[in-house]
Design a protein around this ligand. Sequence first.
Ligand code: F0G
Length: 465
Amino acid sequence: MRPRTIAEPYRIKMVEPMPVTTRPQREAAIREAGWNTFLLPSDAVGIDLLTDSGTSAMSDRQWSAMMLGDEAYAGSRSFANLERAIREIYGFEHVVPTHQGRAAEHLTSQIRIKPGQYVPMNMYFTTTRAHAERAGGIFYDCIVDEAHDSHSEFPWKGNIDIQKLQKLVDAHGAESIAYLSLAPCVNMAGGQPFSMANIKAVAAWAKGYNLPIIFDATRAVENAYFIQSREEGYASRSVASILKEMMGYGEGCTVSSKKDNLVNIGGFMATNNPDFARKTKELLVVFEGMPTYGGLAGRDLEAMAVGVREMVEDAYIASRIRQVAYLGQQLADAGVPTVKPFGGHAIFLDARAFLSHLPQDQFPAQSLAAALYVDSGVRAMERGIVSAGRDPKTHDHCRPKLELVRLTIPRRVYTNLHMDVVAESCIALFEQREKIQGLKMVYEPESLRFFQARFEPLVAAGVGA
Ligand code: F0G
C-alpha cells in the first residue's frame, strides 16, 4: 500500500507577510552586511532559516495564556504555573527562570566551575563554552569521533565517548572536573541525538566518580523523539515519558526556551539539588531579577508554561522532525552534500564538500551562506571556522572538521512548499558551485565573532553563483 501523507497537526490562524526581494537588492544587502547573514536586516530576508531560536509560531493557547500574565514583581502566579509545568514535564523540583538560555549558563558556570577545572561537553555550543571559559573552565570535547565526520551515518552522533572521559580522569583526577555538560541533539554536530543507552552508561560511570551531569536540555524533546523512533524498546513510549527518563540522569539542566519550549524569549535552570538552586537564585537577583520572573514578563512565563506542555505532544514533535527530513531528503536526492542522518532542528550543508575548491581559511561555509541568500533570499548560518573562534592559548583559528551551513527550521512557521524553494536554491548553487568564491575577514570581534564579523570577497566579482 502507498504510504499515506501525514499533515501538520495544526491549522494556520494568522499570517505574516514575507518580504519579496530582487537579486540586485539582495546583492546590495549582503555587501552592506559584510557578507555575514547575521547582519542582514530581516526586511531583506525571505525564508529565514538563520535559527530555530525564538522563531517559533505560538499557538492560540499560548497567546491566550499571555493575556493572563501576572505581572507582579514578586510571587507571580504565572511563575507558579511555569514551575508546575517544568516540574511535571522535566521532573526537576527547583525552577529558576532566566531571560534566555545563556543567562542560565552564565549563572551555572559561575556557581559550579572553579578556575582551572575541566568542563567536558559532547562537542560544544558557542555560548555554553564561552560561559564555561569566562568562569575559568577548560572545555574538553568528549563526543564520539563519528560526530566530527560528516560522512558517518551513525544514528547516535550525539553520544558521549566514555573512554575520552576516563582519559581525562586518569590524567587529572575527578576533582579536576566541574561537571559533565551534556547536550541532547547536539547543535554543532548537526542536531544529532544521543541514545538512552549511552546516557545511562555515562550516568553510571559518572556516579562512580561523584560527577554530576548538568544537561543543556535546549533540544531534549527532539532527542527524545529520535529515541522513540530509533532506539529499541522505546517505540511505544510517549516522547514525554522518554524526556523524563532522560532528565532523570541529570542533577539539573539549563534550557533555552526559545527552541523546544515554543516561545520567542525565555530560559531556565532546573535542578534537584537545593543548594545549587539557592546559589543560582542569589546570583539571579544580581543579573536577571527576582526568582519569580528572572528577566521575563509574567506573560512570557505563561507562554512558556503552555509551550512546555505542547512540545511533548507526539503528533507535533513527529511533524516537526519530519519536515526537517523532508528538506534533507530533497537535497540528498540531488546529491547535495549534507550531514547525515538528518538532524532534529536543521539540515546542515557540508560546505567543505560543497565548495571543495575553497580552503577552510577562505571561510567556505560563510561564503555558501552568503551565496544562498543572494540566490533566493533564504537566510542560513555559518557553523564552521568562524563560529569555532580562536584557541584561547595560541590565538590561531580553531579549525573544526565540520564546516557547515545550517538551514534551521523554525517550529510551526513554514510549509513544505517553503522547503521546496530552499531545496531548489541549494541545488541550483550546487550545480554552479565552482563560481562561488572565498572570503577574507576584515573585522573580527573578540568573542562570539560569528555574530558580528565582517567579510569581503577575495575576488572582486563577489561570492554569488
Ligand atoms: N544551548 C544550545 C544548544 C543552543 O543552541 C543555544 C542557542 C543556547 C544554549 C543559548 O540559548 O540563545 O536562549 O541564550 N542557540 C541559538 C541557535 C542561538 O541559533 O542555535 P539562548
